[in-house]
Design a protein around this ligand. Structure first.
Ligand code: NAG
Length: 266
């Protein structure tokens, strides 16, 4: 199979499950998990390497330097966005990644992770059909391939905000080094005091759905990507106006010509 983008999706779907789609009523009112009784939290599903919290313990091999980390994140977000585009999953950039988009449509050099969200129904779709699926990508130019694993947390069906060990609903993992990006679902709060249309994630971020939808199409790290409709309001509320205008940050300056952040004094 060949796609016109920079990547070739060579192999896929080693584990596509056949679980039928859940009925809407089931996912809007899931049963609270039994394990929450006696205030015992669910066991944590995703586990990180003890030596590096940015790596999945199953695939961590050795420490990765800054350059490899950056390159690994870039490939992760490119392949993730590509696969979501292919599978018609609605996903959008949030937080630090949305800020990176604002500043030149790239991951910023000091970012150690990537923030993406999907709708709750797409999380069910991914869980039902693509959980634990491996995707093999060959990087154009190098001929080198990497296998990426989509892993969906079974506790994503629990809608409460109190399962602090399972705030991450899914991960897209680079199996060559364990680096991953976190995927969280945006859920509707059905009895929010501010009425209908309030979304939340398990980090307790809240926003009205009109800030997110309709999503706007753009690119990020060279791949088709989506951002919230009111991206600027969302960025200002999280990072203030200065976060969107100050061209010096974290020992870096913003290079207008290159449209990227570079180390100060270089
Ligand atoms: C994904 O697959 C793993 C391995 O089979 C399983 O432990 C996990 O519960 C699955 N997640 C979901 C959402 O079903």
């Amino acid at each position: 199979m060949r796609f016109s983008t920079f990547l070739t999706l060579a192999v896929s779907a080693t584990a596509a499950a056949a679980t039928p789609f859940l009925k809407a009523t089931e996912f809007l009112n899931p049963k609270p998990p039994n394990l929450m009784a006696d205030n015992v939290p669910e066991p944590k599903y995703f586990r990180e390497a003890s030596l590096n919290g940015h790596c999945d313990y199953r695939f961590y091999k050795a420490d990765i330097d800054e350059a490899e980390h950056q390159e690994g994140l870039r490939l992760l977000v490119q392949t993730y966005l590509h696969v979501c585009n292919e599978l018609k999953i609605q996903t959008w950039l949030m937080h630090g990644s949305l800020l990176g988009w604002w500043w030149g449509k790239k991951i910023m050099p000091w970012d150690l992770d990537v923030d993406v969200q999907v709708t709750e129904s797409d999380m069910y779709y991914l869980a039902a059909y693509y959980n634990r699926t491996e995707f093999y990508y060959v990087q154009r130019g190098t001929g080198q391939g990497r296998t990426y694993l989509l892993d969906v947390n079974p506790h994503h069906v629990y809608r409460g905000r109190d399962d602090k060990l399972n705030v991450i609903d899914a991960r897209w993992i680079d199996t060559t080094n364990g680096l991953y990006i976190d995927i969280t679902a945006a859920r509707y709060d059905l009895d929010h005091e501010q009425g209908e249309g309030m979304l939340y994630d398990k980090h307790n971020h809240e926003y009205r759905d009109t800030y997110i939808f309709p999503l706007l199409e753009t690119t990020f790290e060279g791949v088709t990507a989506k951002i919230p409709y009111k991206y600027k309001d969302m960025l200002i509320s999280e990072y203030t106006v200065e976060g969107l205008t100050d061209k010096e940050y974290h020992g870096h300056v913003f290079d207008e010509e290159e449209m990227k952040w570079v180390k100060a004094g270089m």
